[in-house]
Ligand binder design. Structure first.
Ligand SMILES: N[C@@H](CCC[C@H](N)C(=O)O)C(=O)O
Length: 261
């Protein structure tokens, strides 16, 4: 049997997307998802998403996200932006979307080819001597480094991801360098891909909030450069933490295809 799929990328974080409104696949098809994400034996991607029917009257669709290892995971910011672009391509939405992902409800708008995705509020940023830790829909360890371009993200990231206090559950790990006020470079080791990816949207969001929380910028509009391109994060600091957080950037369809399954 042939399965129709779509390939999308958001600043180089790439995804297989399947229109699952007819429930052709289930969440238990984890071996299939891992095979489709495999860069040698499948299509190749950092993750896979199912666009499913909404579970309530407000939503346009439901987002279900799996890492490249085939396991369902927490929120994917770049994935969410790509799924909004896919929903527009399908005609499920025009230029605004309301959908639910594993971390709760999201709103998004498409403006001039950029997807503005609202992320969950963040009330807790844990500060340690060497790093910060926060959850922006997915868990993120954020640490400042020098000479980011030459940094061994894969090996040092893997060690932190597997070490205390994260162990098997893991964390994504972001290495950051300040470029100028309100502009930061980041490279991310992603849990579930178990490698560096070109970009991580929840990671970029975590970096922007962390930089503000540690006074490395007082701007509430932060530019974060990833290896795959530029993302912007806007937010408001309130007495409850950070609210009205938006992750803003491009999301492009790369190709459509069919694969035997
Ligand atoms: N690439 C993502 C994050 C995907 C989830 C992550 N790998 C995890 O398991 O925590 C993004 O753009 O946010």
């Amino acid at each position: 049997m042939m399965l129709t799929f779509y390939k999308y990328q958001g600043t180089g974080n790439d995804f297989v997307i399947i229109d699952n409104r007819q429930s052709i696949l289930t969440k238990n098809d984890t071996k299939l998802f891992a095979r489709l994400c495999d860069r040698k034996f499948g299509i190749g991607a950092d993750g896979l998403m199912l666009l499913e029917l909404p579970n309530n009257e407000q939503d346009d669709f439901t987002m279900v996200y799996f890492n490249a290892d085939g396991k369902e995971s927490s929120m994917c910011g770049n994935g969410g932006r790509c799924l909004v672009a896919f929903a527009a391509y399908l005609g499920v939405i025009s230029d605004t979307a309301t959908f639910t992902a594993i971390d709760g409800p999201h709103k998004a708008t498409i403006k001039k080819d950029l997807v503005h995705l609202q992320m969950q509020n963040v009330s807790l940023i844990e500060k340690f001597d060497t790093h910060l830790f926060l959850d922006t829909g997915s868990p993120h360890h954020v640490t400042m480094v020098r000479e980011l371009a030459n940094y061994d993200v894969k090996n040092i990231g893997r060690k932190i991801r597997n070490g205390a206090p994260y162990f098997e559950k893991g964390s994504n790990v972001n290495f950051v360098e300040k470029k100028q006020d309100g502009v930061f470079d980041v490279r991310t080791y992603e849990r579930g891909v178990e490698d560096e990816t070109l970009s991580c949207g929840t990671g970029v969001t975590a970096v922007a909030l962390s930089m503000h929380a540690t006074n490395l910028t007082d701007r509430q509009e932060v530019v974060v450069n990833t290896l795959g391109g530029e993302l912007k994060v806007t937010f408001q600091e309130t007495e409850n933490g950070y609210e009205n957080i938006f992750l803003i950037g491009p999301a492009k369809q790369v190709f459509k295809g069919e694969i035997e399954w």
